[in-house]
Write a protein that binds this ligand. Structure first.
Ligand code: ATP
Ligand code: MG
Length: 233
């Protein structure tokens, strides 16, 4: 059977630090997200939202358990884990090379698939056909993605997740770096363009963004203080 077959995510007592003897900036976070659920994460600046997204992929020092589609991620090699869970950071870094290369590092997909993913992610709603600086699959990306706006980078990262058919997508919304329209396009793509079994976790800066989500998680000083349907909060 293929793994992962769903985006089921069971997190138990997850703690994280940025250096082996540094402070725990995330403490004993436990929650369960079912396949296809949408989870919004809120909390003040510095409360540990981005840290949690990194801890889920074991990009920093972690303790505790993350079970993804029934398998303890301690038993999955990091490359496989990171191929199967997509995280779209607050400021995504892109690879130097073409936009096509960024969507499809191993050259596995045709242009139709890649353009469909860009459309689904919302890139073409963002740019008019007449725009001379319109991005295409052949656009060259500077190292890190410096020649693109943060919003464009997030949309490209979302398109990559759609190409890979990731079952778990974690979006760390950009705050001031992104305009309202781009953010709205990304949110609408997440609602309409993903398969129904894809689990979505969004770090949100506007409560409005996630009012229709299944669960809202509130973090405070690295601890999970609420995890419930928005109505219940
Ligand atoms: P924001 O809403 O501003 O994005 P956040 O909730 O995402 O905030 P985090 O970035 O997770 O907050 O930060 C949580 C804590 O971890 C903070 O105390 C922060 O100083 C610390 N921290 C974040 N990144 C690092 C790092 N690279 N090295 C050391 N400490 C860090
Ligand atoms: Mg953050």
């Amino acid at each position: 059977a293929y793994w992962p077959s769903s985006g089921d995510l069971q997190v138990e007592k997850l703690s994280a630090r940025y250096s082996p003897d540094g402070p725990k900036v995330l403490q004993d976070v436990s929650f369960h997200a079912k396949p296809g659920e949408r989870v919004g994460i809120v909390g003040r600046t510095g409360s540990g939202k981005s840290t949690l997204t990194l801890a889920l992929l074991r990009c920093i020092f972690t303790e505790g358990t993350v079970i993804y589609d029934g398998i303890d991620t301690k038993n999955i090699n990091l490359d496989a884990l990171r191929l199967n869970i997509t995280i779209i950071p607050q400021v995504p870094e892109l690879l130097s090379g073409s936009l096509r290369h960024n969507l499809d590092v191993f050259g596995q997909y045709g242009d139709v698939t890649l353009n469909d993913a860009l459309r689904a992610a919302g890139l073409f709603s963002l740019q008019k056909l007449s725009d001379e600086n319109r991005l295409t699959l052949d656009t060259e990306i500077a190292s890190g993605g410096g020649n693109l706006s943060v919003g464009q980078r997030q949309i490209i990262a979302l398109a990559r997740a759609i190409v890979r058919q990731s079952k778990l997508l974690i979006l760390d919304e950009a705050t001031s770096a992104i305009d309202y329209e781009t953010d709205a396009i990304i949110q609408s793509s997440l609602r309409t363009e993903l398969k129904s079994d894809v689990t979505v976790i969004t770090v949100a800066h506007r409560l409005q963004t996630i009012m229709d989500y299944d669960k809202i998680m509130v973090l405070d000083a690295g601890c999970l203080v609420e995890y419930d349907a928005p109505k219940a909060l």
